[in-house]
Design a protein around this ligand. Structure first.
Ligand code: CP
Length: 327
C-alpha cells in the first residue's frame, strides 16, 4: 500500500499525506524545514499565524487518541483554520450512515481537509481515493500500516538532537509486528540516509520479512543497544494482538524493557524516544521515561510544528508556495 502516487497532484505537489513509503528525501526535508519555522509559533504570546485562515479542517478519529488528535487540533488552530472534531460515537454512523455518505455530507459543508485515524489499514487511502478534488486527507494512523506524521515528528526530534542522519545508529525496540509507527519510521530513517537501523524484539513480535526493509534484526536487547545514538521504544499493541505473543508483561520487561542498566549500553549521549502512550514497567522503566536522556515529551511538543508543516504543505499555504496558491 504505497500512497506516493495518490498523495501527489497532477503537478507533483503534495495533495494528501498518507504514507512515507515512496516519498523523496527532498519532500521529507521540506517538511522538516517548514516545521523548524513553526516551532517559534508555540512560544509566542499570540500562538497563531494566518496561513490557513478561511480553511476548515475536520478531525475524523474512528480510534482513540490523545496526542495525535489534540496536536492536530492545536496545529490547525495555530494556523488560524476552523476545526471540527467529529465525535464518531455520537455521529449518524450509529444510525447506519455509511462512511462515504458521511464524507459527502462533510464535503457539502465546504470542508477542506480530513485528518483520519482508523483501526483498519488502508482507511486513509480509501478516503483519499473517494473525496472531492478540493479536499486533502492526512493519515493520522491506520491499523498496522502507517503513521506518517508521527514518523516525521520523530525525525524532526532526532534531527534537532543529532543534527543529521548520515552517521546515526538507531534502534527500534519492541512490538514491531503490530506497529504502524515502526514501519513509517523505518521508511523515513532510510529515506533520510540513516546508515544503521536496528529492529529489536522477541521473534513473535518482529515480522519475518522486516530485513527486506534494510534493517538489522536483533532478538537480544543488550546486543542490539550496543553503541546506538537513538533508542525508540514501542508499546505492546495489545489491541491488535490475536492470541498469545508473550509469556507475561513481567518477563517481557526483564527481556526487552528499557531499564537504566540496559540504557547504559547505548552511547552516553543517546536519546530515548517513545511515540506514546507509554506503559511504565512494561516496555520502559519510569527512571528512563522521566530521565535526562528521555525526549518523549519533546516529541509531543514537536508534533504540533510538524503537523502545522504538513497541513500548510498539502493545502499549498506555506511561505514558499506560489502567490496564487498562498492567496
Ligand atoms: N503516538 C500516538 O499516535 O498517540 P495517540 O494514540 O495518543 O494519538
Amino acid at each position: 500500500m504505497n500512497g506516493a502516487d495518490l498523495q501527489l497532484d497532477a503537478q507533483g505537489r503534495l495533495r494528501h499525506f498518507l504514507s512515507i513509503e515512496g516519498m523523496r528525501r527532498t519532500q521529507l526535508e521540506e517538511i522538516l524545514q517548514l516545521a523548524e519555522s513553526f516551532i517559534g509559533v508555540g512560544e509566542q504570546q499570540v500562538k497563531k499565524v494566518p496561513l490557513l485562515r478561511g480553511k476548515t479542517v475536520v478531525n475524523l478519529f474512528f480510534e482513540n487518541s490523545t496526542r495525535t488528535r489534540t496536536t492536530f487540533e492545536l496545529a490547525a488552530k495555530r494556523l488560524s483554520a476552523d476545526v471540527l472534531n467529529m465525535n464518531i460515537a455520537t455521529s449518524a454512523t450509529s444510525k447506519g450512515e455509511s462512511l462515504l455518505d458521511m464524507l459527502r455530507n462533510l464535503e457539502a459543508m465546504n470542508c477542506d481537509m480530513f485528518v483520519v485515524r482508523h483501526a483498519d489499514s488502508g482507511a486513509a487511502h480509501f478516503i483519499a481515493h473517494h473525496v472531492a478534488p478540493h479536499i486533502s486527507v492526512i493519515n493520522a494512523g491506520d491499523g498496522r500500516h502507517a503513521h506518517p506524521t508521527q514518523a516525521m515528528l520523530d525525525m524532526f526530534t532526532i534531527r534537532r538532537h543529532k543534527g543529521a542522519f548520515h552517521n546515526l545508529k538507531v534502534a527500534i525496540v519492541g512490538d514491531v509486528l503490530h506497529s504502524r509507527v515502526a514501519r513509517s519510521q523505518i521508511h523515513a530513517l532510510s529515506i533520510l540516509g540513516t546508515p544503521e537501523i536496528r529492529v529489536i524484539g522477541p521473534r513473535t513480535l518482529v515480522p519475518r520479512d522486516i530485513a527486506g526493509l534494510g534493517v538489522h534484526v536483533h532478538h537480544d536487547l543488550a546486543a542490539g543497544l550496543e553503541g546506538v545514538d537513538v533508542i525508540i521504544m514501542l508499546r505492546l499493541q495489545r489491541e491488535r494482538m490475536q492470541g498469545a505473543f508473550l509469556p507475561s508483561e513481567e518477563e517481557y520487561f526483564q527481556l526487552f524493557g528499557l531499564s537504566p542498566e540496559k540504557l547504559a549500553l547505548a552511547k552516553q549521549d543517546a536519546i530515548v524516544m517513545h511515540p506514546g502512550p507509554i506503559n511504565r514497567g512494561v516496555e520502559i522503566a519510569s527512571e528512563v521515561a522521566d530521565g535526562p536522556q528521555s525526549v518523549i515529551l519533546e516529541q509531543v511538543t514537536n508534533g504540533i510544528a510538524v503537523r502545522m508543516a504538513v497541513m500548510a504543505l498539502v493545502l499549498g499555504r506555506h511561505p514558499g508556495a506560489g502567490a496564487e496558491e498562498a492567496a
